[in-house]
Design a protein around this ligand. Structure first.
Ligand code: 5RP
Length: 221
C-alpha cells in the first residue's frame, strides 16, 4: 500500500470551497497537491500558497490558482509532511529543505495538518537529522559552534557534491542529535544564534496529524 498517497489524498478531502490552502513540500505533500489539482479541475475554487519552488511548479502545472503568503489575509489550512513527530506532537521538518517557507506558511495558518506514514511517529524526536538554515556568511563559525556543543553538524550537499542552497539562497547544516530531550530549550537557543535563519523544530504548531499505516488512515487531533 502506498501510505503517502493514502494520507495525501485523505488530507485533500479537508479542503472546502473558497479556502486559502498552504501547500506543503515533499513526497507525501505531492499526493495531496495532485488530489487537490484533480478537485480544482472538477470545479473547486481555492487559492494555494506554496511552501517551495518545487511545489509551486507542481501546483501551477495542475492549474491551482496561487498567491504568495504576503498576498493573502490568512491561510485557512496548511497541509504538509513531516520527518518525525513525537508522542507530544512536536515535529522535525525540513528533510526536503523547505523548512523556512514551510514555517512561515504554518505561522499564518488557522489550521495545520501533517500527513505522515506511521514510520514518522517516534517517542522523542532527534534521530532524524535536524536541519538548521543559515546565512552563508559566517556559516563556518556556526558549524564550529555546533561541533563544540556535540551536535555533529554537516553542511547539506546536493547529489553532485555541491553545497545545497535553499529557495531563499541559504545553506543548511544538519545536526545529528540522536535524541532531543528538550526541544523547546534547543529551539530557543537556535533562535538566538546570529546567522541562523530558521531551524526544523516545529513546536506546538500542529492541529491534526493524519497517519497512514497498513491498517489504514488514522486522524489524530
Ligand atoms: C520538506 C519537509 C517535508 O515535509 C518532510 O521532509 C517530509 O517529506 P516526505 O513527505 O517526502 O517524507 O519538511 O522540507
Amino acid at each position: 500500500m502506498n501510505l503517502k498517497k493514502l494520507v495525501g489524498e485523505k488530507a485533500a478531502e479537508f479542503i472546502e470551497e473558497g479556502m486559502v490552502v498552504g501547500l506543503g513540500t515533499g513526497s507525501t505533500a505531492y499526493y495531496m497537491v495532485e488530489a487537490l489539482g484533480r478537485r480544482v479541475k472538477k470545479g473547486l475554487h481555492i487559492t494555494g500558497v506554496t511552501t517551495s519552488a518545487q511545489t509551486k511548479i507542481q501546483a501551477e502545472a495542475l492549474g491551482i490558482p496561487l498567491k504568495s503568503v504576503d498576498e493573502v489575509d490568512q491561510i485557512d489550512i496548511t497541509i504538509d509532511g513531516a520527518d518525525e513527530i513525537s508522542s507530544t506532537y512536536q515535529g522535525i521538518k525540513g528533510g526536503g529543505g523547505a523548512l523556512l517557507f514551510e514555517k512561515i506558511v504554518a505561522r499564518y495558518s488557522d489550521t495545520v495538518i501533517w500527513i505522515v506514514d506511521d514510520s514518522k511517529l517516534v517517542k522523542e524526536i532527534g534521530d532524524f537529522p535536524l536541519p538548521v538554515e543559515v546565512i552563508p556568511y559566517g556559516s563556518q563559525q556556526l558549524l564550529k559552534l555546533f561541533k563544540e556543543r556535540g551536535y555533529r553538524p554537516a553542511f547539506r550537499q546536493t547529489e553532485d557534491g555541491e553545497r545545497y542552497l535553499t529557495d531563499a539562497g541559504h545553506y543548511i547544516i544538519d545536526l545529528q542529535m540522536k535524541k532531543i530531550a528538550d526541544p523547546h530549550t534547543l529551539a530557543d537557543w537556535l533562535d538566538h544564534q546570529t546567522g541562523v535563519v530558521e531551524h526544523g523544530l516545529f513546536l506546538d504548531c500542529v492541529n491534526t496529524v493524519i497517519v497512514g499505516s497498513e491498517k489504514g488512515v488514522e486522524i489524530q487531533n
